[in-house]
Ligand binder design. Structure first.
Ligand code: HEC
Length: 429
């Protein structure tokens, strides 16, 4: 490049070219452009330009190259312990690490955070939709949404806001519709609310850094996935006490019960796969590996419960046959982590992508995918009980999008508190 741009004599450009090569060889062991290519899997958290997308994701842009190499190796070998980065680094080769480090070291540390999509895409159809009030027509069941940064829970369609605790993350509603639970990873607790009044009934201490919370179909127990302590707290919903702790593998993220309540599947984001828990003995009986994806994050089941749709935190959905353990297909979706929901009618699977501005809707018949631009930072996603509407939290727009599942268009956006994270719909847990 430089050689052809320079309008100098052949001797001069030769020597300039040579010195350039020597300079870059001594300053960097890695290949910047190959590092850039590889970095698409990192962009969902560390941003498309190496500036972290939210507070928990450090900036990498402009960091010292040798330091980046050292940290990536430390995540890989376990010298530095962090479950998410361990899973990320596990698949990196020595030259991937060199290239990524060279790439991030070459970026400006002074940029603003940029999500994985090109900026012109984010001014798509959806941003033209004005925010409006929620109505009973779009919220036939009561829906509860957590606001991570505001520390609140909001009920729909009434748009009533309840005060919770710090970092309200995942939430769930009991089958009788009376109680709402929400996890707070920073205080290692589950907040319990009266679903009618929003009054706090209890704050229950669970394991370390709880993420997902799910309620058994009979309404007796809640399973809380503790990412930090690699276990599940079993909460008795009558006494509001932790009655058992189930040891699982690294970084459990969320649970999905079977309809009869006999099994609970747990996503092991540390990389192991899907853990199968016998809810009677309260033991993890086996782990089903999910090759082809990085770190199972959230999952849901087909109506016949034979197939699991497993969302990782990079940009994949694995279609997993639970009996044979065969991954039938790996589908590429938006960047970054997000929720996944099999609509109650079984016809489609919707998944969000926090590093992007669209959701992906998968047809369960032929596994074809349609992407719908919804707004920035979609994460929580759930269909209404009649499967007509899809609710999506837009973490960067502080809004909730309501999507018409028949036309796949954004019907409405509702302004909410800071960093809306997860959606619980009564009748679609
Ligand atoms: C799902 C989110 C996520 C993805 C994807 C991800 N990271 Fe990270 N990364 C994190 C978190 C969280 C930390 C902070 C870890 C800690 O607290 O120790 C981190 C830390 C790091 C650090 C250490 C930074 C420092 O200042 O010490 C490096 C280097 C890094 N990541 C590189 C990468 C690379 C390269 C990729 C892609 C191959 C990647 N990460 C993908 C979440 C992610």
């Amino acid at each position: 490049m430089k050689l052809t741009v320079l309008a100098a004599g052949p001797a001069l450009s030769m020597s300039l070219g040579l010195s350039l090569v020597m300079f870059s060889a001594s300053a960097s062991a890695g290949d910047i452009s190959m590092g850039k290519e590889k970095s698409v899997t990192c962009a969902g958290c560390h941003g498309a330009n190496g500036i972290g997308l939210s507070e928990e994701f450090p900036n990498l842009a402009g960091q010292k190259e040798a330091y980046l190499v050292k940290q990536l190796n430390a995540f890989k070998t376990g010298g530095r312990q962090e479950p998410t980065m361990k899973a990320m680094a596990a698949s990196l080769t020595e030259s991937d690490i060199q290239n990524l480090a060279a790439y991030y070291a070459s970026l400006s540390p002074f940029a603003r955070s940029q999500s994985a999509v090109a900026p012109d895409m984010s001014s798509g159809v959806a941003s033209g939709v004005a925010t409006a009030k929620a109505t009973k027509a779009e919220f036939p069941e009561t829906v509860f949404i957590t606001m991570k940064k505001a520390g609140t829970v909001e009920a729909f369609p009434s748009e009533t806001v309840w005060q919770g605790g710090p970092n309200m993350l995942y939430n769930a509603i009991t089958p009788d519709g009376k109680t709402v639970l929400a996890t707070s990873p920073s205080t290692s607790a589950v907040y319990v609310f009266d679903a009618k009044t929003g009054a706090q009934r209890a704050v229950i201490t669970v394991g370390k850094a709880p993420k997902g919370v799910k309620i058994m179909p009979n309404g007796q127990f809640a399973y809380v996935s503790n990412e930090g302590s690699a276990d599940i707290s079993v909460v008795d919903l009558k006494t509001l006490k932790v009655v058992d702790t189930i040891k699982v593998a690294e970084a459990p993220h969320n649970v999905r019960f079977t309809k009869n309540g006999k099994l609970a599947y747990v996503t092991l984001q540390g990389g192991a796969g899907i853990g199968v828990i016998d809810t009677h003995s309260r033991k993890m009986t086996k782990i089903i590996p999910v090759p082809g994806i990085t770190g199972p994050h959230n999952m849901d089941l087909s109506l016949d419960e034979k197939t699991a749709y497993v969302r990782d935190f990079v940009h994949h959905v694995a279609v997993l046959d639970l009996k044979t353990g065969v991954v039938k297909k790996v589908i590429t979706v938006g960047n970054g982590h997000g929720g996944i929901d099999v609509a109650p009618n079984g016809k489609y699977v919707a998944t969000a992508a926090i590093g992007d501005n669209f959701i992906s809707v998968i047809d369960t018949k032929d596994l074809s995918v349609k992407n719908v631009i919804v707004g920035n930072g979609p994460h929580g996603i759930r269909a209404s009980k009649d499967s007509r509407w899809i609710y999506v939290t837009l973490t960067k727009d502080n809004a909730v999008a309501v999507i018409n599942a028949r036309t796949l268009t954004v019907e409405k956006k509702i302004a909410v508190g800071a960093f809306p994270f997860w959606v619980a719909v009564q009748g679609n847990s």
